[in-house]
Ligand binder design. Structure first.
Ligand code: GLN
Length: 237
């Protein structure tokens, strides 16, 4: 493999792939290819060990029970922890985001142990958050306003070791006025849509981390039109 090949690991498509989040994989592959950077994607099912030598790990959303099973198996496996220790980045959506934290709410809202890779705690909220979500991203990350679709019962609180990914402009997100969280190269969001399709700058952030440099711009006419259309649809005024 050429040394710059980016290894993308799609974690547990059998459990965490309910909401089309695999689109995040496709966008990473495509945007790497546009820069002439080869990628290799590995789908790791929940009965397989998680490889520790990946560059970018993707986790999608899921229903409560598959989420619980995924957390149990990832905790037992330990591969994702090692990969993060070795410097890999993680992009996790909704159920995947919640299970990266210290704890999350089970199907009755009971607290269950997560992976502890992000300093967050999730539990069950009063009402289900369903609809469009948009937010101003932490300026540190250099990513313009993000948009997505949320569908979750969980609410998330950040500890001192995590920063909010964005300040909510439309929708609910974590339930505290912020949306998502990140720490180092571990990023979580409530945005389905899938998130990287609607927010290609986030994809470029992950790819840039993987190759250790800022990527050159590509022609974003079509993804730009989708963004414009979504922003017009959701933002007041
Ligand atoms: N089961 C979790 C919740 O409802 C995650 C849902 C999802 O991934 N969309 O909060």
């Amino acid at each position: 493999m050429p040394s710059e090949t980016i290894k993308i690991v799609w974690v547990y498509p059998d459990l965490l792939s309910t909401y089309g989040d695999r689109g995040n994989c496709i966008v990473l592959e495509r945007r790497a290819k546009l820069r002439g950077i080869p990628t290799r994607t590995i789908n790791v099912h929940s009965d397989e060990p998680v490889p520790v030598d990946g560059d970018i790990y993707l986790l999608g959303g899921g229903e409560d029970r598959p989420q619980i099973l995924a957390a149990q198996r990832l905790r037992a496996d330990g591969g994702l922890h090692k990969a993060v220790e070795f410097g890999a980045s993680v992009f996790a959506v909704c159920a995947g985001y919640q299970l990266l934290g210290h704890e999350f709410g089970g199907e009755e809202g009971q607290p269950l142990p997560g992976l502890g890779l992000l300093d967050i705690r999730s539990g069950r909220g009063e009402v289900r958050a369903v609809g469009e979500l948009a937010g101003e991203v932490d300026p540190e990350l250099g990513v313009p306003m993000i948009t997505g679709f949320e569908n979750h019962q969980g609410v998330t609180r950040l500890g001192a070791g995590a920063r909010p990914l964005a300040r909510v402009a439309v929708g609910v997100g974590n339930g505290d006025g912020f949306e998502g969280a990140y720490s180092g190269k571990v990023v979580g969001t409530y945005m389905h849509g899938p998130a990287l399709v609607r927010n290609p700058a986030l994809a470029d952030l992950l790819l840039g981390w993987a190759v250790g440099r800022r990527l050159e711009q590509v022609d974003d006419t079509w993804s730009g039109r989708l963004r414009e259309e979504r922003l017009r649809a959701v933002l007041p005024g």
